[in-house]
Structures are given as structure tokens and as C-alpha cells.
Design a protein around this ligand. Structure first.
Ligand SMILES: C[S@@+](CC[C@H](N)C(=O)[O-])C[C@H]1O[C@@H](n2cnc3c(N)ncnc32)[C@H](O)[C@@H]1O
Length: 267
């Protein structure tokens, strides 16, 4: 999926930033951020990397990884002279390139884009490798069932508008239990984990804006169709808006001081 980075940047401030700041507070409750080497996986427009950068003091470092060029351009403009190392890479192969390097791995709203369980497990195993002993992982992402009503509505309208019943929007695939089990399988000690089920928008207009900005409409429509579709969609929405329920997994974990998993992961 290609992101519309400028649009995400405006939208992020209202939705994703709040979730990310919540994750940062939870991280601060389990560890000190000062003088730490932090890796932000799937940093996107960098808004949260810069919040972390403000907390690490002069001796800490931030490395931010994302594969999307547009997102990273927006980030670079914002970062200015801030001491942040920005890498354009796919996170799974990138995690294989380093060992015992970071005190903290942080990731907000990314892992549901990993399309298979093998990739998700491989990502947790890679994070385990790049973390120092006693290093912490703080991760939040969408779980199975996330925004199901919104996706169902949008899918139905896209199918009708394009007269194509094969259109299927991608969904978060992993449930809470699977994720918690994978994290432990990789050798982590799970410190805190919750499935947050919540209604993120109190009124339909914000929900509508979120839907048209966060869902990959350009995968299905060209620029001319897009504007027509948005007005068609708005009419349908006004007649019968749906409620949205978010399902997010929040996981905080620690790599132990030493563990039998290390040998398994090194081979
Ligand atoms: C919803 S945005 C989240 C951005 C940021 N973490 C935040 O909270 O605002 C998801 C980001 O994950 C990145 N991403 C998804 N899969 C990735 C992968 N396999 N490798 C690197 N980046 C990935 C996307 O490019 C996108 O920038």
C-alpha cells in the first residue's frame, strides 16, 4: 500500500498520535528513556520518533525505519537538525542486520500490515535479536475485528460503485492471544498486554473523514473516480452511518538478562 503522506500527516495528529502517546506513557512507566538507544519501527511521518527524541537527552539515539518514501520525506522536513537516523527499509530484512544494539524497540500502528503470521513471528524474533539484554519492546497495532463495520460498509459501496464484487479490503489478521503467544515464544517476558476495544469517534463526521483518509482508496480508484466516489459515499453515509469499534493490541515486553532462547535465535 502506498501512503498519501501529507494527508496522513494531518490525520495523524488527530487519531494515531493519541494512541502513540498513550504507548509512550506506558513505556515510560516501565523504563527510563533518558540516554537510551531507541528504534522506531514503521516510523511513518516521524511524529512519534520526534516525541521520543525529546526524551532521550544528549546521549541517547533514535533510529527510525520505514519503507515508504513519501512518509520519510515528510519526516525529514520536520526532523530538521534533530539527531534522528532515518532509514528507508523494509523492517523484516532490516531487523536481520543488527544484534544487541537497542535499549528500546517502539512501534505504533504498523504490525497489522505484516500479512502473514510467519512475518509477524519473524518480526518479534528480529526485535529480540536487535535488543540489548534487558531491553524493552513497546508495540501497538490493530487486531482481528478492528474497524470491521467500517470496512464492511466501504467494501459494499466500492463493489457497487465499480460494479466489481471481487473487491475485498485487507483486514487485521491476528488476535490478541496469537500475538501474546508469539512474543513469549520468541523469548520475551511479557510485562503488560491488553486488548483495547474502544469507539474512537464520538460523531459520524470524524469517522467518515477517518475512513476516507486511512483506507487505501487509491488502490481501487483513479484520481477522477475518487472525487465522485467520495460524494457518493458521503450520501450513503448520511443515510445510515455505521459505528466503528477499534480492536488494538498493546504489548510491553522485556528481553531477559540472558535466556536459553538466545542460542536458538542465533543459529
Ligand atoms: C499507520 S502508519 C504508522 C506510522 C507511525 N508509526 C505512527 O504511529 O504515526 C504505518 C507505517 O508502517 C509502515 N510499514 C508498514 N509495513 C512496513 C514494512 N514491512 N517495513 C517498513 N515499514 C512498514 C508504512 O510505510 C507506514 O509508514
Amino acid at each position: 500500500m502506498e501512503w498519501i503522506a501529507d494527508q496522513y500527516d494531518q490525520f495523524q495528529k488527530r487519531y494515531q498520535l493519541k494512541n502513540g502517546l498513550d504507548l509512550i506513557s506506558k513505556l515510560e512507566a516501565i523504563t527510563n528513556l533518558k540516554d537510551r538507544d531507541i528504534l522506531d519501527l514503521g516510523c511513518g511521518n516521524g511524529e512519534l520518533s520526534l516525541v521520543l527524541a525529546d526524551k532521550i537527552g544528549l546521549n541517547g539515539s533514535i533510529t527510525a525505519v520505514d519503507r515508504d518514501e513519501g512518509m520519510l520525506e515528510v519526516f525529514k522536513e520536520k526532523a530538521g537538525s534533530n539527531r534522528v537516523k532515518i532509514c528507508r527499509e523494509d523492517l523484516l530484512p532490516w531487523l536481520d542486520s543488527d544484534r544487541n544494539r537497542y535499549d528500546i524497540v517502539f512501534s505504533n500502528a504498523v504490525f497489522h500490515w505484516l500479512s502473514t503470521a510467519a512475518n509477524l513471528l519473524g518480526t518479534f524474533a528480529g526485535i529480540y535479536k536487535v535488543l540489548k539484554y534487558k531491553g524493552c519492546l513497546a508495540v501497538r497495532f490493530s487486531l482481528e475485528g478492528n474497524a470491521e463495520e467500517t470496512k464492511g460498509f466501504l467494501e459494499k459501496q466500492l463493489r457497487y460503485f465499480l460494479n466489481d464484487n471481487s473487491i475485498t479490503l485487507s483486514r487485521s489478521r491476528f488476535n490478541y492471544k496469537q500475538c501474546a503467544t508469539m512474543i513469549e515464544q520468541c523469548g520475551f517476558e511479557l510485562l503488560e498486554s491488553i486488548e483495547k476495544v474502544f469507539v474512537p469517534f464520538s460523531e459520524p463526521e470524524s469517522h467518515f473523514q477517518w475512513m476516507i483518509k486511512s483506507q487505501p482508496l487509491l488502490n481501487y480508484l483513479n484520481a477522477n473516480q475518487l472525487e465522485l466516489f467520495k460524494s457518493y459515499l458521503y450520501q450513503q453515509w448520511k443515510e445510515k452511518p455505521v459505528q466503528v469499534k477499534s480492536h488494538h493490541g498493546v504489548f510491553l515486553a522485556q528481553k531477559p538478562a540472558s535466556s536459553p532462547f538466545d542460542n536458538a535465535n542465533r543459529s
